[in-house]
Write a protein that binds this ligand. Structure first.
Ligand code: UDP
Length: 342
């Protein structure tokens, strides 16, 4: 089973720095989501006690059902919105808090902008309040979208790039929401000395990522289309670029940044630095699935960034982390997970 293999891979990858969550109490918002549920699986396997808060808006109960059923002494699920003031009534103490909750797909930005903005502003403040009370380390999952549509001379983009974002643009709920979340982290660090860390995640794919409806991202959409022989829907001419990270690499980066002392107060890009066009991706998916699907081209969505690729030097140097899974291997894993569902 692909997810079990991936969980083992992540745990092994953390051994070199003796990173161990055994016995720690971890609160995770968005723990029923794609990356959040991977993190829950890894932390439980490592012997942590996990409190998962999720409102199931884009996360799915099935991602954590096994943990609910089989790990009740280690795993607690609270169906709650991290924006809701009632989360401040949680009385438990935590060692580490991971704030992952947020819708993240561009089609959701158009449909749920207020919720997205709230999750990343009020939700971030709420998690910071919980961290303050527990004296916990807190990690906020920010995004490459804080860079907006970066000036090409800053691609690959380092953490020092200030960004090129339109504050009222169609993607602004996510871009500015995440930027505000980062500002909250910086404010709590300055004013209260909270032990913060921020990771800016670049396009990640893997088992449990959604392909359906407004939740669908490009990799799962292309793979599903190719597997069933539907047309592969390339937006624009496909010349826009992205850099695709497999889940195990991204989760490893998050779990390093969340706990290492060297990460305190810092911001890290976490993603794969192999940049490619969306059309190249479409061709690779078609080839790897032996598909007869045609490519169909349609209008590029408004505000779609032209290029995106991280400079990951900082994470390599400070976290001893680097992306390891190439697209071919990652797609093979992802396709094998999709086949398990059949
Ligand atoms: N895209 C595409 N066809 C699709 C879905 C997405 O060509 O069916 C493109 C989209 O326009 C963007 C890239 O793929 O340039 C990545 O899209 P995704 O929704 O995964 O997330 P983004 O990187 O834009 O946040």
């Amino acid at each position: 089973m692909q997810i079990e293999k991936d969980v083992k891979t992540i745990i092994n990858s953390l051994k070199d720095s003796s990173i161990d969550y055994k016995g720690l109490r971890v609160l995770i918002s968005g723990g029923a989501g794609f990356l959040g549920s991977y993190i829950c699986d890894v932390l439980i396997e490592m012997g942590a006690t996990v409190f998962c808060v999720d409102n199931l808006s884009s996360g799915r109960l099935e991602n954590i059902q096994d943990l609910i059923d089989q790990k009740e002494d280690q795993f607690t699920f609270m169906r709650q919105d991290i924006v809701d003031a009632s989360v401040l009534e949680i009385e438990d103490q935590f060692d580490v808090i991971l704030h992952l909750a947020s819708r993240a797909a561009p089609m959701e930005f158009e449909k749920y902008p207020i919720a997205i903005l709230s999750t990343n502003t009020i939700g971030t403040m709420n998690t910071l309040e919980l961290a303050k009370r527990s004296n916990a380390k807190i990690l906020f999952t920010s995004t490459s979208e804080t860079y907006g549509d970066p000036d090409p001379q800053f691609v690959p983009t380092p953490e020092t790039y200030a960004g090129s974002v339109i504050s009222t643009g169609i993607r602004s709920c996510y871009e500015e929401g995440k930027r505000s979340g980062e500002a909250f982290m910086a404010a709590y660090l300055r004013q209260y000395g909270i032990n913060t860390r921020i990771v800016r995640i670049f396009n990640t794919y893997g088992p449990r990522i959604r392909a359906d409806g407004v939740y669908g991202r490009v990799v799962p959409r292309f793979v599903n289309q190719a597997l069933i022989g539907d047309p592969i829907t390339v937006f624009g001419d496909g010349a826009q670029t992205r850099s695709f990270s497999y889940a195990t690499d991204t989760v490893e980066g998050i779990l390093r940044a969340a706990i290492l002392d060297s990460a305190s107060g810092e911001i890290f890009n976490i993603g794969n630095d192999k940049e490619m066009t969306v059309l190249q991706l479409a061709k690779i998916v078609k080839e790897q699935t032996n598909s007869d699907s045609e490519f169909v081209f349609s209008k590029l969505p408004e505000g779609d960034p032209k290029r995106r690729c991280p400079n990951v030097t900082k994470a390599k140097t400070i976290l001893n982390w680097s992306p390891k899974v190439d697209l071919h291997t990652g797609l093979k894993n992802f396709i094998s997970w999709v086949s398990e569902l059949k």
